[in-house]
Write a protein of this length. Structure first.
Length: 250
């Protein structure tokens, strides 16, 4: 049996989660404990050694990222996903860390999908603490520079936002071109990629291109930008006025 732990300070939400675990995963998951606080959660994790943890962001004595700071093992020795309310900052932090979550109130299919996804990761997808730190630091405003996690089939890449020169998309895939000449391709559209990056730093020049304004050297009125390393980025006809204004205000 998979051992599960619920960390949630709303009693009614804990009851809903317990009911759904019992209904959908009766012979697969055993609930070994529940907590409404950081201190109790850490104690339960250490004593019960769960395989799966379902947790809210905000608890009675702080936010749940603090729990992971008190766990000494790296990577994290269990799978988890967040169950959060409509908290834009929390969701942004979770996305930057490429972590899993569902939003309250959630439907049965969302819950079952999230549990099954976590179960599939139990044996071979440990989560490094450095990945969690990206979300934790963003949520708690402990930022000297913005970082994000890019998930590929091979690895989780933790990068600094300022090191992205530009992004190029092809359908539902986006390639990040970094200042050190590395490239990282992820399975996200440019629209979803744009939501992760700072709008005051990045300029969308084309339906397929997103550019870090720091690296722009020249604006060419015939329809392209010249970046450092003499990289040429197209500007679509309908975006030329917008791009010119953005560049002019740098």
């Amino acid at each position: 049996m998979i051992k599960a732990l619920i960390i949630e300070d709303e009693k009614n939400i804990r009851a809903i989660i317990k009911q759904k675990l019992e209904h959908f995963f009766k012979n697969k998951i055993e609930l070994v404990g529940e907590s409404s606080s950081i201190a109790e959660a850490v104690r339960l994790i250490k004593s019960k050694k769960p395989d799966l943890v379902l947790l809210d962001i905000e608890l009675s004595d702080g936010n749940s990222f603090e729990i992971f700071k008190q766990i000494t093992t790296d990577p994290i020795p269990f799978q988890f996903f967040f169950i959060t309310g409509f908290n834009d900052k929390a969701i942004e932090a979770i996305k930057l860390g490429a972590l899993d979550y569902i939003v309250k109130p959630f439907f049965d299919d969302e819950f079952v999908t999230a549990i099954n996804k976590a179960i599939k990761k139990l044996s071979n997808n440990p989560i490094p603490k450095e990945q969690l730190a990206v979300s934790h630091n963003h949520y708690n405003d402990n930022l000297t520079e913005k970082r994000l996690v890019l998930k590929t089939f091979e690895a989780h890449h933790i990068i600094n936002e300022k090191d992205i020169m530009y992004c190029k998309s092809e359908g539902n895939y986006t390639t990040f071109y970094l200042v050190n000449k590395d490239t990282i391709m992820i399975s996200k559209s440019l629209k979803k990629t744009t939501a992760l990056l700072s709008p005051d730093l990045f300029i969308q020049t084309h339906q397929s291109y997103l550019v870090n304004s720091t690296f722009v050297k020249q604006y060419k009125p015939e329809g392209f930008l010249i970046l450092q390393e003499d990289i040429k980025i197209p500007i679509s006809q309908r975006r030329r006025e917008y791009v010119f204004k953005k560049i002019s205000n740098l």
